[in-house]
Design a protein around this ligand. Sequence first.
Ligand code: FES
Ligand SMILES: [Fe+2]
Length: 450
Amino acid sequence: MNEMSKPAGATEEPLVIPIEAYVSESYARAENEKLWPKVWQIACRAEEIPKVGDYVTYDILDESIIIVRTAPDKIAAYYNVCQHRGRRLTEGNGQAKQFRCRFHGWCWNLEGENTFVLDPQDWGDHLTRERLRLKPVNVDTWGGWVWINMDPNCIPLKAYLAPAPAMLDMFELDKMRYRWRQWIYFPCNWKTALEAFNESYHTDGSHPQLTRYGSTRFWSRAENNCGWHGIAELRSRGARAGTGLGVVMAVEGQDPRVAAAEMQQELMDTVNATTTQTLIAAAKRLVDELPPGTPAEQVSAHMMMSAARDDAARGVIWPKLDPSRVAATGHDWHIFPNSIILHGPTFALCYRARPNGYDPNSCIFEVYVLERFPEGQEPKTAWVYEPNATEEKWRKILSQDFANMPQVQKGMKSRGYSGGRPSPVQEACVAHFHKLLSQYMGTGAPTPLD
Ligand code: FES
Ligand SMILES: [Fe+2]
């Protein structure tokens, strides 16, 4: 790379991202051959299959995979197809002692071994155990998610995810549970949808109400299959025991005690995520517990400390966050290809986008919020389909993001557009995403912006 062409603070030279990946049907079809069968993907949360026999059906384009708990500490994944004449075995989620095909009644146990064929003598000795087995898919867990990979030669999950495990394990994402989850078919490409969430450079333009809480300038980094970013001011000030979205920044003319309380309440009201009721209560007490003029950094530290104490009293023990490493984790991680995690000490806001068939202008977009709960007090949740992309149904911040996505999808097709120009400083995750994608697809690599 030509160092001369790199702007200050940039990890990359300025690049142009070709539009083919967003708008081409043949590209969408090629993803089914070259991308989805090769990558580790989140299939579900482990909490969705707590008991032996609990299963989830994960569909990606024409492929369908059964994820099933086969023992208290073991999860298996199989292609969801009967080895007789190809009927799908499961749909959705459920509990099974065995998988029984509804066409001619062949059966498999949870280990994927065939246990019943009607009139097997018809085949002589040709139906071997091996031929009858459900075909396995690689499966592993990290962060409380169950990940699958269809490539028999794939690299191990932890290597694929690096450096996410090394940097994020301290947040104990595996101990978080669903608070809510909602999904929608969205009229844009799955990449267009994700890219509304793997950078925060759009805050000023799309969420102007959030700019009053401090700096909205961001850094971004990318490595291996991860791209992540955080608030520039926090990183330059070094480590602290808060995360990007939970901290209080000094803003001239503003009492940080009051601003902290307003911000936590606003986050709950407008995104229903990236904060908790414990944090809100702790933030609202700041004016009583701290004298006027307390610096923002101390306000933040006090809020976090008292929230951690309140949570501990109800049985939610905060993770031990290494302050010297927290700032470098930022607040938002894009894990290639299609998952985004905004992490916090006791919560996470997550997104997953998948293609909806081979229409490049349509995707399945899922939003879910995780939180730490006292053991036994986890709420019962299920996926809620919410087709109205309105503020009423998705709250203000998501509806602001949603307003952009179809407009980007439309705009990209214009003769007056020659490709994306993500900020080399703040949107490295966008460029990195397309570099990785082009390696799988053999086309569409970003080119230098002359
Ligand atoms: S297709 Fe499944 S038993 Fe025949
Ligand atoms: Fe946004």
